[in-house]
Design a protein around this ligand. Structure first.
Ligand code: ADP
Ligand code: ASP
Ligand code: MG
Length: 515
């Protein structure tokens, strides 16, 4: 007999008929000899509707009242789902996040789960009931039992966290597509369904905007080794398995308050090629990197930065012994770019023969912009100048002078309490593939998927001096003001630009930074 947590998203419970159809599936799972905990989202587009209502009353409603409002959506669906189950003769009980004891930080609208009490759920399960839990919500234990929400799409996170707390055998995420596809099937009908994907791959896709899974749910699945499946609530097809390596045992208290950084990685074998002032038009990067690929040169970091006017800088790193080839390609392409009429100043190739790359990696960085700022601060305190910065939500990499590498490693290991000896980036790929044994790396395609996030805005800070501490100062300020994630680019320390959710733009002060 297995304990299964099943989560049904908004469309899956969008009407009375859908609720009845889901109840039937739940009942069949129970009849198959399983114990079932169901997590449901608000019906259809209810949450969007509630957001719209609030906006009609106030352009900037308080986060507390928004949580009070939005959490009501899920309360409707749990009650209806429980009724539908009872109507079929299946004993069931609906519980809100507070009634279950999903304890979160005292932080509205983006609260992380600290702990889930399981006693009450165990009692109901022993009585043969299906428990129907409201997704996306919790309760703060400190501030007078305040209702909190986990962030849009957070029901996935509720479900995987419940699976971890209950030590469930399986967590199934039922949705309105057949599983995880190579990209959003609503935008690209030819997108292909994947049978399996690794947690790390899914984390990248989810954090880049593939909303089929809330990134934090993937992080929890990875940390606690929860078998996770995404499938359609309309069919019996098996969907997509999200595969995690066997995790180290970890406590269930502080569930989502994980250590932000798992590893400090370094690579001292890098060189940089930069093409400055190339025309800002489609096809330039394709031409450059197409030619680089034809020469069989592996490119590591790629950073494109904006300029005033119609030009860009494109900088990339390669392993040192491929520098001559990469430089030759860039030099060969540069004259063709010079002839472009929009290019009033000449494109120029700059090469740096040796540099080191230092990275921090860890799923715990998701949604914590302060981590990147903390990294820059630590590097600045160690008097390490950062040249290029590249980020994803689970990794921040900086290129630095090779002589600074040891100091940088030491500083980062100290700040992020990474005790194991840091890893050379080349070895990571090997260890990673081995850990992910379930998916033969040789069969894995070079690109697993494509994600789109249309909800982004960009700010650029120009003329930033190239000296230690500046990135730390700027992103320290941003991190204080932003509770959402930021991604940033720092080419040649000329422009620091960052991509942020547009909603936080008004929060940023327009005062010029102190140089
Ligand atoms: P639910 O309400 O079930 O939680 P969501 O709307 O949050 O559903 O997530 C499912 C949606 O995610 C799909 O309808 C699809 O449009 C979108 N999506 C984006 N990227 C992907 C992807 N790579 N694979 C599958 N679905 C994706
Ligand atoms: N109802 C919430 C939302 O629409 C949570 C969820 O669906 O996961 O964001
Ligand atoms: Mg969702």
């Amino acid at each position: 007999m297995a304990l299964i947590v099943q989560k049904y998203g908004g469309t899956s419970v969008g009407s009375v008929e859908r609720i009845q159809s889901v109840a039937k599936r739940v009942r069949e799972t129970v009849q198959g000899g399983n114990t079932v905990v169901v997590v449901v989202s608000a019906m259809g587009k209810t949450t969007d509707g509630l957001v719209g209502l609030a906006k009609q009353i106030s352009p900037n409603p308080s986060r507390r009242e928004m949580d009070m409002l939005l959490s009501t959506g899920e309360q409707v669906s749990i009650a209806l789902m429980s009724m539908a189950l009872q109507e079929m003769g299946q004993p069931a009980i609906s519980l809100t996040g507070a009634q279950v004891g999903i304890v979160t930080e005292a932080e509205y609208s983006l609260a992380r789960i600290l702990e889930i009490k399981t006693e009450r759920m165990q009692r109901h399960l022993e009585q043969g009931k299906v428990i129907v839990v409201a997704g996306f919500q919790g309760i703060s234990s400190i501030d007078e039992l305040e209702i909190t929400t986990l962030g849009r799409g957070g029901s996935d996170t509720s479900a995987v966290a419940l699976a971890a707390a209950l030590k469930a055998n399986l967590c199934e995420i039922y949705t309105d597509v057949p599983g995880i596809l190579t990209t959003d099937p609503r935008l690209v009908p030819q997108a292909k369904l994947m049978d399996e994907i690794t947690c790390d791959e899914m984390l990248e896709l989810a954090s880049l905007g593939a909303k089929v899974l809330h990134p934090r749910s993937v992080e929890i699945a990875k940390n606690y080794g929860i078998p996770l499946v995404v499938r359609s609530s309309w069919t019996d097809d098996p969907g997509t398995k999200v595969v995690s390596p066997i995790p180290k045992p970890r406590p269930l208290v502080g569930l989502e308050i994980t250590k932000a950084v798992d590893a400090v990685e370094f690579d001292t074998d890098q060189a940089k090629v930069a093409l400055l002032r190339v025309p800002d038009r489609p096809g330039i990067a394709a031409r450059l990197f197409g030619e680089i690929a034809r020469q069989n040169v592996n490119v590591d970091l790629i950073i494109q930065s904006i300029h005033e006017g119609n030009s860009n800088d494109i900088a990339f790193t390669v392993v040192k012994n491929a520098l001559l080839k990469a430089e030759a390609v860039a030099e060969a392409i540069a004259p063709a770019l010079r002839s472009h009429p929009a290019n009033d100043r000449e494109a120029e190739v700059i090469v740096e023969k040796q540099m080191a790359k230092i990275s921090i990696a860890g799923a715990g960085m998701i949604g914590r912009p302060g981590i990147a700022a903390q990294m820059f601060k630590a590097l600045s305190a160690a008097n390490v100048n950062i040249e290029m910065i590249s980020t994803s939500e689970v990794k921040v990499s900086c290129t630095i002078a090779p002589d600074d590498c040891d100091r940088a490693i030491q500083a980062l290991c100290e700040v992020f309490e990474v005790e194991d000896s840091p890893v050379c980036a080349n070895n990571i790929a090997i260890g990673f593939a081995a850990a992910q044994g379930a998916i033969a790396s040789s069969n894995a395609p070079p690109v697993r998927g494509v994600a789109l996030d249309i909800n982004q805005a960009q700010i650029a800070i120009r003329h930033v001096p190239d000296r230690p501490g500046l990135a730390a100062q700027i992103f320290g300020v941003l991190a204080q003001k932003i509770s959402a994630s930021i991604q940033l680019f720092n080419p040649n320390a000329v422009v620091l630009s960052t991509i942020i959710p547009p909603a936080i733009l008004p929060l940023l002060s327009h005062k010029p930074m102190q140089k």
